[in-house]
Design a protein around this ligand. Structure first.
Ligand SMILES: Cc1cc2nc3c(=O)[nH]c(=O)nc-3n(C[C@H](O)[C@H](O)[C@H](O)COP(=O)(O)OP(=O)(O)OC[C@H]3O[C@@H](n4cnc5c(N)ncnc54)[C@H](O)[C@@H]3O)c2cc1C
Length: 354
């Protein structure tokens, strides 16, 4: 694999990269193919990463994390994604979207009892925001939470595209409408909902990022209490947006890791392949492709690490840099991967069935 080097990395980051790489080789590499081919959900891998503080590295060690900054967390997702993009997304959802949200906004009980179990991979957590009606326009969600006597709330509605949401989740952070639809983001509340018979799950067949347990969820009269409110009533939208700001960096890191793996494989292929009586690497067009891919990857690295540093240094406009990272890294990454497929010829397209 191409080395991960950058002037902003500390010795601690470098040591952490080695640990994540070693764990990825041990636990992810052997099942990476199975995740894609068989839509296999790697429950045991999540537990192993959790045991080592790599599932939610941004949390302090006493909460099951590794005490890393946002840059360190982005690095761990990048390294994991070199072995499996699906594992990168699973660690993003479990670490950034769910565990860190409960850690930052949850009450004492959520923080003390739930967060360490999520960080260690003993419990699986899902982030339930998107709905059949609305994804980009998250302020329009329709799932309702209605307050009734005795400090109880009743949740009804549908959620869509929920990673590890169906068969696997033990707990959910569910974003609900708690006021008129016209109030949009000002009437959205987040709740902790535990796995329960009131939640119906339908797996969704996906063509990429397989093995992540993507599901549609239906909440039928799910009863929760005042104690299950995450943060404050009608202030849930901010929790979702803050989690997704970190999530944008994570998605950019997944693309960076996948692009590095694609370049590594393509390079190995053209080094060993001969065409027109010479090694393919002698052909100038091939050299241009490899040079462009390397340049794009190093550009992605700078953009992603820069966005993470904006968070770590608490710059006011950190959220804009998270969006810039997601937008540009994904565009460049798709181009790197397209070129890797082209360089590898039909070997990127088919495999002999043994
Ligand atoms: C791998 C994966 C995992 C996911 N996991 C989760 C999860 O765990 N929990 C969760 O809640 N959600 C999850 N999602 C859902 C994801 O957040 C939504 O897919 C996303 O918000 C987009 O919503 P949508 O698919 O409904 O598209 P839409 O919002 O319907 O958008 C369709 C198209 O229109 C474009 N568009 C939308 N608005 C505008 C506009 N104003 N101007 C111009 N163009 C516009 C969009 O860019 C897009 O190209 C996941 C998605 C993926 C791909």
């Amino acid at each position: 694999m191409i080395p991960i080097r950058h002037p902003s990395l500390t010795k601690e980051h470098e040591k952490f990269i080695e640990l994540v790489d070693e764990l990825s080789r041990r636990f992810i590499e052997p099942v990476a193919d199975k995740i894609d081919r068989e839509n296999y959900y790697p429950r045991e891998v999540i537990r192993e990463l959790g045991k080592n503080g790599v599932l939610a590295p941004i949390l302090p060690r006493e909460y099951g994390g590794y005490g890393m900054d946002v840059l360190g967390t982005a690095l761990s997702i990048e390294v994991i994604s070199r072995y499996s993009g699906s594992m990168g997304i699973l660690t993003e959802v479990q670490g950034f979207l769910v565990t860190d949200a409960f850690y930052t906004y949850g009450n004492k009980q959520m923080k003390e009892e739930l967060v360490p179990k999520l960080a260690r991979g003993e419990l699986i957590g899902s982030f339930a925001l998107s709905e059949p009606c609305c994804g980009s326009d998250a302020a329009a969600i329709e799932t309702k939470a209605e307050r009734r006597g005795g400090g109880e709330w009743v949740i009804n509605g549908k959620k869509m595209w929920i990673t590890q949401g169906g068969l696997y989740a033990d707990v959910y952070i569910v974003f609900t409408r708690t006021g008129p639809k016209e109030a949009r983001h000002r009437a959205i509340t987040a709740f902790l909902v535990r796995r329960n018979k009131c939640i119906e799950a339908s797996p969704i067949h996906v063509m990429g990022i397989r093995g992540t347990g993507t599901s549609e969820l239906t909440f039928n009269d799910c009863v929760v209490g005042d104690d299950d409110v995450v943060g404050k009533v009608n202030e849930g939208f901010k929790i979702a947006m803050e989690a997704l700001n970190l999530g944008r960096i994570a998605v950019a890191s997944v693309t960076l890791g996948l692009s590095e793996a694609a370049l590594t494989e393509a390079l190995e292929w053209v080094r060993n392949r001969r065409a027109f009586d010479q090694p393919m690497t002698n052909l100038e067009w091939i050299q241009f492709q490899l040079a462009d891919m390397m340049a794009y990857i190093e550009t992605m690295r700078s953009i992603v690490y820069d966005a993470a540093l904006h968070f770590d240094r608490k710059y006011e406009d950190y959220y804009a840099f998270a969006s810039i990272a997601k937008l540009t890294a994904v565009l460049l990454g798709m181009d790197v991967i397209r070129r890797a497929v082209q360089l590898t010829g039909l070997m990127a397209f088919g495999a002999i069935v043994s």
